[in-house]
Ligand binder design. Sequence first.
Ligand SMILES: *[C@@H]1O[C@H](CO)[C@@H](O)[C@H](O)[C@H]1NC(C)=O
Ligand SMILES: *[C@@H]1O[C@H](CO)[C@@H](O)[C@H](O)[C@H]1NC(C)=O
Ligand SMILES: *[C@@H]1O[C@H](CO)[C@@H](O)[C@H](O)[C@H]1NC(C)=O
Ligand SMILES: *[C@@H]1O[C@H](CO)[C@@H](O)[C@H](O)[C@H]1NC(C)=O
Length: 772
Amino acid sequence: MASTTTPTSLVILFTLILLCVTNQAREPFACDPKDGPTKTLPFCMVSMPIAERVRDLVGRMTLQEKVSLLANSAAPVPRLGIKGYEWWSEALHGVSNVGPGTKFGGDFPRATSFPQVITTVASFNASLWEAIGRVVSDEARAMYNGGVAGLTYWSPNVNILRDPRWGRGQETPGEDPLVAGKYAASYVRGLQGNDGDRLKIAACCKHFTAYDLDNWNGVDRFHFNAKVSKQDIEDTFDVPFRMCVKEGKVASVMCSYNQVNGIPTCADPNLLQKTVRGQWRLNGYIVSDCDSVGVFYDNQHYTSTPQEAAADAIKAGLDLDCGPFLRIHTEMAVKTGLLSEVDINGPLVNTLTVQMRLGMFDGEPSSHPFGNLGSKDVCTPVHQELALEAARQGVVLLKNLGPSLPLSYNRRLTIAVIGPNSNATITMIGNYAGVACGYTTPLQGIGRYAKTIYQPGCADVACIGDQLFSGAIDAARQADATVLIMGLDQSIEAEFRDRSGLLLPGQQQDLVSMVAAASRGPTILVLMSGGPIDISFAKNDPRIKAIVWAGYPGQAGGAAVADILFGTTNPGGKLPMTWYPQDYLTNLPMTAMDMRSSPLKGYPGRTYRFYKGPVVYPFGHGMGYSNFVHTIASAPTMVAVPLDGHHHGLNNTTFAGKAIKVTHAKCNKLTIGVEVDVRNIGSKDGSHTLLVYSTPPARHWAPHKQLVFFEKVLVKAGTEQRVGFNINVCRDLSVVDTFGIRRIPLGDHSLHIGDIMHSVSVQALPLGVIKN
Ligand SMILES: *[C@@H]1O[C@H](CO)[C@@H](O)[C@H](O)[C@H]1NC(C)=O
Ligand SMILES: *[C@@H]1O[C@H](CO)[C@@H](O)[C@H](O)[C@H]1NC(C)=O
Ligand SMILES: *[C@@H]1O[C@H](CO)[C@@H](O)[C@H](O)[C@H]1NC(C)=O
Ligand SMILES: *[C@@H]1O[C@H](CO)[C@@H](O)[C@H](O)[C@H]1NC(C)=O
């Protein structure tokens, strides 16, 4: 019997072979059912609580084995049936090929490449952010199942875009702490899934903290000591990380290269142990930026021996080193008494717990809830459509004289398409990208609506020389309309490449002005960039009828730009950062961290919250093909803040003009409920972002205004939508004093709701006054 092969088992065998060939299924990482001796160990028991399984596993390991797991390329532990693992993969806006954990090729040559984050954030649509995370994690799981990617992704980058020159500004959710925090929490939820403690993939919010300088004027991130006030930490730099951990429940935080107030962030127990793990209750692991432990030893000379550097990092709360430093030096740190073996258990518990939550110790990967995802689930039409939709939602219309946009479409019309980014492909996906499924360039997108004449005008975005100008000018003379597609790319702004100024590079400005002067039809300027550009010349030039910022719009960016130019999409994106004039930078070193302005020192302050000077375009600017008006349906004019028991003796008068500590207020459910009607008075359906800011009673440490709520709503032409929201008094109306303490200023707070101002009087209600 055993030796005869029945037709049925032949079919099964054949199917199995086929499965192995078409879907190179991944071997189990640990607890392999085929591995008799290890699969029965307690840490492999799926029915046991993860904490107990981790305790069992850590208890079985030798010091050497433990130390070999402290690096991103974690060694195998064959004795316990555990394979090696590469922790470093990236998925900033699609599965990326940055990081050794992911290798495109074979069954997985491509992945969906969404717009760069700064563009996606311009949609101000939190459900879009989460939807993108879900698609990216489907593709990441599929690639993991196929053996070409990891499950731990060091994305997103949620550092505040503090200075417009930062080369990595493109990766960030912009300059506003609330927007950055909401983006972080939404994208992380999309990536990690919504299955209790189980993780679809593990995300990572980076780079903690005050990291937003790469290489500027001789100062680089490996040597920079960011001097940051307690005030700015509390109400700016901490906010996105706190929201990422507390609301997004992220499984990892990465510390940065720089020092904060003289201490490398990866060696600072106040930042890691006390804040991230203690106050915010991170359930996950803390990883270093790549080789940042080595950097604080070798470049910053923060400790005198490498063993001390290893001990400092681990004692501060670091769990995993991107780089070999901890693997090389930790054992000696234990042998010389700088660390005890127990100190190494904490990091291992944190990393192994995440691996167990990912299902890596559950045996066959194919039995995982996402174990059936494979190459058929990557670059699907639905995924690619979402990349297009994200670009459409993120493109920002900055100027529209006439209005000249949308262009009417008619196959007989000819559009001159001019500029070095006209036929862009990889430029559209920015940095930390992968290999896109395919591209639609702007030239191709416009070609779907009209005849095109293409002239690059400049050889590349550096635009040295005017040799190609005459061809561009001739094209503009002949065409019915001219679209210039200009801006930046990674040769101008990138990781380790901060800009020195904000103007368009080389002779781009001359090309734009000369083409606009010669153009027979309307001239439209489309800009690709991550950071803001000072295009005052174009804003003020009446021959340039319209300006569109496309950011880096992803693989389908050219289609989205064309859909907006020709009006099949009604633009609704808004700028997530201030567009400053070039002279904002005069006497403003990138190293000056203060957010708040200092008129006495001639310091302008940073972001719309603290800078009051002239701008090219403000934070939140963005037009559409419809107009929206707001009406307040209901909003209180007074709110009383009940104080806790410590303030029995005090009365209302005592608090007049003061700011009470949030910790002294009874904050629970202390909210201001507001309802606003948003009416679309245009003739096209459109999505509108309601932005609500508050301005507290004047105090020298308060922002001019602070975003406290935003929501995007779809409003059909001629109709209205009611938006209701609650402003949390303690969280949203408080301001931070110079000691980093949150206080609620008493008096009149102004709410800016669209173009309406509404005043709310905030009063103290001492306990004695409360009547039951
Ligand atoms: C535009 O780019 C596409 C994709 O790289 C390429 O196939 C096409 O030839 C380019 N068109 C022109 C006119 O250069
Ligand atoms: C409020 O309290 C202050 C100081 O405790 C006291 O001097 C004042 O008389 C009180 N005012 C009223 C109206 O109770
Ligand atoms: C508190 O004092 C303000 C004036 O400072 C007054 O307008 C308000 O009615 C008082 N509120 C209560 C609850 O007594
Ligand atoms: C937000 O994005 C989602 C996903 O693309 C979309 O379905 C929804 O309509 C968008 N919301 C608005 C108000 O545009």
